[in-house]
Design a binder for this molecule. Structure first.
Ligand code: HEC
Length: 103
């Protein structure tokens, strides 16, 4: 019984923690505009995102997805974020926040 409870506790904790590895896989779709290193691309008007706080990144993705943050530039991102789940957004945000700001 104790073992079962322990196992359940571990599962609960891990399902809440963001998964940077999954974030890295999802980030492949963002590279065209934000760059593999997260430094952004001027030609795409895509800002640098590497090293940014995870909570800030998360908020921006949520707001772009919901349309709360909407302008001609952010609209370009819509197709890439509209199908992301809440946990995908958390995973992506963690991954991006861990990209080094300067090499
Ligand atoms: C087609 C190009 C394009 C793609 C692909 C793209 N983005 Fe963006 N992204 C942009 C542009 C342009 C902006 C700036 C929007 C604005 O001016 O408000 C932006 C803004 C952002 C911001 C806000 C940055 C800040 O400092 O406020 C985040 C975070 C972000 N993108 C994450 C992502 C993630 C994660 C993906 C992949 C799922 C992605 N983007 C895919 C073009 C893109």
């Amino acid at each position: 019984m104790i073992k079962v409870l322990f196992f359940m506790a571990i599962c609960t904790i891990s399902s809440f923690a963001a998964d940077a590895e999954n974030g890295g896989k999802l980030y492949k779709k963002c590279i065209a505009c934000h760059g593999a290193d997260g430094m952004g691309k001027k030609s795409q008007k895509a800002p640098m995102v590497a090293g940014q706080f995870d909570w800030y990144i998360q908020e921006q993705i949520v707001n772009i997805k919901s349309g709360k943050r909407a302008n001609n530039n952010s609209k370009k991102m819509m197709p890439y974020v509209k199908n992301l789940s809440e946990s995908d957004i958390a995973d992506l945000s963690l991954y991006i926040s861990q990209l080094p700001l300067r090499k």
